[in-house]
Write a protein that binds this ligand. Structure first.
Ligand SMILES: [Zn+2]
Length: 456
């Protein structure tokens, strides 16, 4: 055999072992199961064959299950976390601006961000608007098992009214009939998993007002994508625009109401209508957090996920800039208002889903902390970040809970996350699609990490 062939074969085998589904069958025994829907269940056994969960049973009556044994005694198993509102890094510059004219998308930055999600226990993300040439090839590679990544769902370019929110990474539509060909092209070429629209006249804070998509146009576009089997989500920030979007037929909201406290009737409506919405507290809170508590960047998840030089720049230059901006302190005031809006809707039976509007695994973990700070129980917050988020995506038949027949996206924890949400970071291993993630193979910006669990 030629040496070159052996090298290629070895490289292939290594890649297969990193990413291919179903390399092993697993039996996780005697674990406390937090299944995304119920209260914790002690001493459970879960079997995984290939990419799917094939048994979930009390250990006392588990028998005949085949596979490699994992002792889950004293540990906690939950579904993989989800972030249903990200904008993957690499399509934008570090300030969140689109620099399409200046540079090609940065695939390495994208891969590092995707790795940070897996490292933090996040096994599914929804990219709610990006440069299509950045996110779509990564989505294709994830689905082909070519990269270490959470499941990627994406809108590609979003759809907006000219000059409206998100305009720079959008297909711009001003007239449904006249511009329909652009929508057809978006659907055919980008195959959005969920369409993202925007309905927003606020330039935010002290920024000037911006053009707003007419509601009848929003309704036509929503209907059109639904007729192609595609769910929709919409950027909104006020109660008025949320109501207009809901009655125009959107399937989900990409943000909570953050412009002010919601009315009691809106809380009841969200409880009755059960339109899922992404929580996105982290984006507003991260400015004052950096300004006031830059030491958070020394936590292990951040050290692993952000390069040392970038962490230093955040703590010095970026921090000084953000301290000087009124925007930072405006968002600090508005975050507790958004938290209270979310808490009330959750209590009324509405469907909160976990989203950050950021682009890293630690940010998703931060979202869990902020939801608990809002007054929601840790158990409910785990449900928000798993089952509810799968409902948001329209994927609850496949993902979001630990049930027989579902895809095996799982996180094993050494400490109980229902007593302290920080324990959602006590990760023993992350499994995606029935495959244990080898952390030592993740291209994290903070450098190689030691594998936390080897399966031996
Ligand atoms: Zn967003």
């Amino acid at each position: 055999m030629r040496p070159g062939f052996i090298f290629v074969a070895c490289a292939m085998a290594q890649l297969m072992s990193q990413t291919a589904a179903g390399a092993d069958n697993w039996v996780i025994e005697h674990v406390t199961l937090i299944d995304g829907t119920h209260a914790p269940q002690p001493d459970m056994t879960i079997a995984i064959e290939g990419e799917r969960i094939t048994a979930v049973t009390p250990s006392a009556i588990a028998h005949g299950l085949k596979g490699r044994r994992i002792d889950g005694k004293g540990k906690y198993l939950m579904p993989g976390l989800m972030d249903v509102h990200i904008h993957l890094r690499g399509g934008f510059d570090v300030n969140g601006k689109v620099d399409a004219e200046l540079t090609p998308p940065n695939r390495e930055d994208g891969l590092a961000a995707l790795a940070s999600f897996l490292f933090a226990g996040v096994t599914t993300v929804f990219d709610a608007g990006n440069r299509a040439e950045h996110i779509l090839p990564l989505r294709a590679d994830e689905r082909a098992g070519k990269i270490l990544s959470p499941r990627i769902f994406a809108t590609g370019n979003l759809v907006t009214y000219p000059g409206s929110h998100g305009d720079r990474i959008a297909v711009r539509i001003s007239d449904f009939e006249k511009d329909k060909a652009l929508l057809d092209k978006h659907i055919t070429e980008q195959q959005p998993d969920i369409l993202k629209l925007t309905l927003e006249e606020e330039g935010w804070g002290s920024r000037p007002m911006i053009p707003l998509m007419p509601v009848d146009l929003l309704e036509k576009i929503t209907r059109y994508y639904n007729q192609h089997g595609i769910r929709t989500t919409v950027h909104v920030s006020s109660e008025l625009r949320s109501l207009e979007a809901i009655y125009a037929g959107v399937d989900t909201l990409a943000h909570p109401v953050i412009q002010g406290p919601v009315s009691d009737s809106f809380v009841k409506l969200m409880g009755a209508k059960k339109i899922p919405f992404a929580s996105t507290l982290t984006i507003g809170e991260n400015y004052s957090r950096l300004a006031e508590h830059p030491e958070y960047l020394d936590q292990p998840l951040y050290v692993a996920s952000i390069a040392a030089a970038e962490r230093e720049q955040l703590k010095t230059k970026t921090r000084a800039e953000w301290q000087a901006r009124p925007w930072t302190w405006w968002m600090k005031i508005m975050t507790p208002i958004a938290e209270e809006n979310i808490r009330k809707i959750q209590a009324a039976g509405g469907i909160v889903a976990c989203g950050t509007d950021q682009s890293s695994g630690p940010a998703t973990q931060r979202e869990l902390e902020l939801l608990v700070a809002a007054g929601i129980s840790p158990l409910s917050v785990i449900q928000i970040a798993t089952y509810n988020s799968a409902v948001f995506l329209g994927k609850a038949d496949q993902l979001g809970s630990v049930e027989t027949g579902k895809l095996a996206d799982l996180v094993l924890l050494s400490k109980d996350p229902t007593v302290d949400i920080n324990n959602a970071k006590s990760i023993v291993f992350v499994m995606k699609n029935g495959e244990l993630i080898d952390e030592s193979q993740l291209p994290l910006a903070g450098g190689k990490q030691k594998r936390r669990f080897t399966g031996d």
